[in-house]
Design a binder for this molecule. Structure first.
Ligand SMILES: *Cc1c(COP(=O)(O)O)cnc(C)c1O
Length: 458
């Protein structure tokens, strides 16, 4: 006789024994259940998550074409670390590194090196470690103390704070000047010294979406070297901008064109358009990646150099990244991001027209995004947090948060426009913002303009 669960499931998934129960939450059930029943129950539970297509807070890919879905499914069993068992996946990773080194203008001749990672955070750890090792080797060779490394940066993403804490490096975060949206080169002189392992410049500041002026930062470090003799390398955190600037802003000088840029990281799963789980780091030349950081893994059959924090890692995202490079080409990436940038500028105009907002970034010149503040946070009768809450009731996830130090008294709202976000969708958002503002003005909450209540951002 068939077991009762199987019989249930054959009648109807929602008439099954399991769907009539509260699901076990702390102890594994004693026995198995039918695939379709468990699948439907979990699918229903996941509907409680925010709808990714309305998540305007994330930089990450939320839409993929059918080719990506099919390749990801096919690659479910490919382990990125088993380079000997899956040599073609390893080969495709190497091709992606070469393509990115070329896209970011590394010296010709293939001297650049790099690898895939789980995202920009792991890439940042690897980039930071290489900086620390090179600085320490140099200091020791000169017979100088090498126990107090520091890293200088502006308003960085949390991954650099993690790097500093995990790997025992002092993080010298330069505060924002009044009116500034990122690090300003003239601020460096006060923070850089002989113990500075590097300066992180951000192409696409998380908070404000603007590009920091990498060329001017490099020039200021040239000046500091001329004055003090300290040769401080630049690592560009191009998590978002690394896949935007080459296509939309070819005149912005930020990459390996600048001799001082030693390494660059980017998130394949942001404007690289790959599904979640892939980042990239590229060093200008192989000698910038110290040998001591590279492990030769030989027990899987071959002898493969690896530099990574993880061991096992899925290979599908890397395959999908290569697919997208081939599928879209430079022209395709440009058109996708241009469409997003056009929609961002449309949104900026509409936000401006609603009235109570001042644009901080209008989508022109850097990431396809818009950020704004309340012109009169005290007199508006509502806060941006109130507005975020109202929009959330319609499913929109639009984050409000304070700027980093020293502009922490400025609360902003930010909307990211990504692949898959349409003009019509943004027109609907604009209508919802307009309605929400009217309602909030009619029935003000009278809450503080600065107290963070739903401060989610990335
Ligand atoms: C998103 C982001 C990161 C972290 O990248 P993940 O790929 O999410 O790990 C680091 N730096 C900047 C500037 C970012 O925007």
């Amino acid at each position: 006789m068939k077991d009762a669960h199987a019989t249930d499931a054959e009648t109807d998934v929602f008439a099954s024994a399991l769907s009539g129960q509260v699901l076990p939450k702390h102890r594994m059930p004693d026995d198995h259940s039918p695939t379709e029943v468990v699948y439907e129950l979990l699918r229903n539970e996941l509907l409680l998550d925010g709808n990714a297509a309305q998540n305007l807070a994330t930089f990450c890919t939320t839409w993929s074409d059918d080719g990506v879905h099919r390749l990801m499914n096919m690659c479910l069993d490919k382990n990125m670390i088993d380079k000997d068992e899956y040599p073609q996946t390893a080969e495709i990773e190497a091709r992606c590194v070469s393509i990115l080194a070329d896209l970011w203008n590394a010296p010709t001749g293939g001297a650049a090196t790099g690898c895939s990672t789980t995202g920009s955070s792991e890439a940042a750890m690897l980039g930071g470690l290489a900086l620390k090792w090179r600085w320490r080797t140099r200091r020791r060779a000169e017979g100088l103390p090498a126990d107090r490394p520091n890293l200088v940066c502006g308003p960085v993403q949390v991954c650099w704070e993690k790097f500093a804490r995990y790997f025992d490096v002092e993080l010298r975060q330069v505060p924002l000047e009044p009116g500034a949206t990122g690090l300003r080169p003239h601020q460096l002189a006060e923070y850089v010294d002989e113990n500075t392992i590097g300066v992180v410049a951000i192409l696409g500041v998380t908070y404000t979406c603007v590009y920091e002026p990498v060329a001017e930062i490099a020039a200021e470090l040239d000046r500091i070297q001329a004055e003090h003799g300290w040769d401080v390398p630049v690592h560009v955190d191009a998590a978002s901008g690394g896949f935007v600037a080459p296509f939309l802003h070819p005149d912005v000088v930020w990459d390996f064109t600048l001799p001082r840029v030693a390494s660059v990281n980017a998130s394949g799963h942001k404007y690289g358009l790959a599904p979640l789980g892939v980042g990239w780091i590229v060093w200008r030349t192989a000698d910038l990646l110290p040998d001591e950081l590279v492990f030769d893994v030989d027990y899987l059959g071959g002898d493969m150099p690896t530099f990574a924090l993880n061991f096992s890692r899925p290979g599908g995202e890397v395959i999908a990244q290569y697919y997208l490079f081939l599928r879209l080409g430079r022209g395709g990436y440009r058109r996708v991001h241009q469409a997003c940038a056009d929609t961002a500028r449309y949104l900026a105009r509409e936000i401006d027209a609603i009235g109570p907002f001042t644009l901080l970034y209008d989508g022109e010149g850097a990431l396809p995004a818009v950020s704004y503040t309340l012109t009169d946070p005290v007199g508006a009768g509502f806060s941006l947090y109130d507005l975020s809450d109202r929009l959330r009731a319609r499913g929109w996830q639009v984050p409000s948060y304070p700027l980093p130090a020293d502009r922490g008294d400025t609360v902003i709202q930010r909307v990211l426009i990504r692949h898959g976000v349409t003009r019509d969708q943004i027109a609907l958002l604009v209508a919802d913002i307009g309605r929400a503002v009217e309602q909030l003005r009619a029935a003000p909450h009278g809450v503080s303009a600065v107290a963070p209540r739903s401060g989610f951002h990335h």
